[in-house]
Design a protein around this ligand. Structure first.
Ligand SMILES: [Zn+2]
Length: 367
């Protein structure tokens, strides 16, 4: 079942253009070790003809194997962002409008394992899955709102209830680096159960059944660091860097645990998105991080939307942003529609869902 593929820049591009089979959830819960097709049909005497008919599916789904997304087990020879997103690299992306100084014309983010979205763009949502404030939205609300539309919601998660402030408080203590790392470890241990349980609630959400009774999983969770640190000034060999890496490892462990519990046998894809979309400026650090990503099988999503594009605080801007993405365009609230989105990946924030929901859903429903 294990797939090992070499993802190079070229094959990534090819994959990005390939039609990917949508992840199908089993229509009914089945024992993980027993394929559904081999399940014996149980004859129950006394069953009415009508009930019997209901129990026999009209068509046996062709694919009984669990969907194995490409990329999950990928051994990356190098990260996509080296080729596609490095600042200063000439990919013909510089401004198409004098107002848009330094703005990238082409958005080349790709998520090669994502099926073509019914929403017209891959819908991604960032940050803590559950907010500290009840006024803010949670990832579960998003999953439940999008499930009836069969629109997938991709989450880039930090640990619930921790932030850069927690790191700051730990790191400024007058104790040894080992003692600091121990405190970080303890903090993770304290948050783990709730975090994994939130993810389990999310990744079990399924869309409506199709004619054959198959249902698709709606939500996936990926890595956005533990603390949402700004990684632009990180330097390899410092405690800040070490703690950041501990957090990235921790998130992968938690996501693995949630998937193993909720979708046994499922080989998930692994993506990473930088907090604030900020990559380390220091090239040695960037290189070390890319090595780490490769070890973990993580694909760095790289540039998604410009930092000014993703502040979709209103339903109206969220609508315009997604409507533009569906036309393979980029969008910024300040200047409007511009440029090209090769593979539209829309970025929203989990906590603002209540404010933007009507606009996002309107854009999804439009042809
Ligand atoms: Zn974020």
């Amino acid at each position: 079942m294990k797939q090992s593929i070499l993802l190079t820049f070229l094959s990534l591009s090819l994959l990005a253009n390939a039609q990917v089979t949508p992840p199908l959830a089993p229509a009914e819960p089945v024992e993980p070790s027993v394929p559904a097709v081999e399940e014996p049909k149980v004859e129950v005497p006394g069953d009415s003809a009508e009930e019997e008919q209901k129990e026999i599916p009209k068509a046996i789904p062709v694919e009984e194997e669990p969907f194995i997304p490409l990329g999950g087990m990928a051994q990356l020879t190098e990260q996509a962002d080296i080729d596609l997103f490095t600042k200063g690299k000439n990919i013909g992306h510089v401004q198409n409008n004098p107002k848009l100084k330094f703005r990238r014309l082409v958005q080349r983010t790709i998520m090669p394992t994502e099926p073509f979205s019914k929403a017209g763009a891959v819908l991604t949502f960032d940050d803590q899955l559950v907010s500290d404030s009840s006024k803010m939205s949670s990832a579960i609300e998003i999953g439940k709102d999008l499930a009836p539309l069969n629109a997938r919601a991709i989450f880039f998660a930090n640990v619930n209830g921790v932030s850069g402030t927690n790191v700051y408080h730990i790191l400024r203590k007058k104790i040894s680096n080992d003692a600091k790392k121990k405190l970080v470890k303890d903090l993770f241990a304290e948050k783990k159960e709730e975090f994994v349980s939130t993810m389990r609630s999310l990744i079990k959400i399924q869309g409506p059944a199709d004619a054959d009774g198959n249902r698709e999983y709606i939500c996936e969770v990926f890595n956005h660091t533990a603390f949402h640190q700004d990684m632009s000034t990180l330097k390899k060999g410092t405690i800040r860097y070490d703690v950041c890496i501990m957090g990235i490892d921790f998130i992968e462990v938690c996501i693995d645990e949630a998937y193993a519990a909720e979708r046994p046998g499922w080989e998930r894809a692994r993506y990473f998105r930088f907090p604030f979309l900020h990559t380390p400026k220091d090239s040695a650090t960037k290189a070390d991080l890319n090595k780490k990503f490769t070890e973990l099988g993580l694909i760095s999503v790289g540039e998604t939307q410009d930092s000014k594009d993703f502040i979709n605080y209103s339903a109206n801007t969220a609508y315009k942003s997604l409507a533009a993405a569906k036309r393979h365009k980029r969008y910024t609230p300040k200047y409007g529609v511009y440029g090209v989105a090769d593979k539209p990946v829309a970025l929203f924030h989990i906590k603002t869902w209540k404010k933007i929901k009507s606009g996002v859903i309107k854009a999804i429903k439009e042809k």
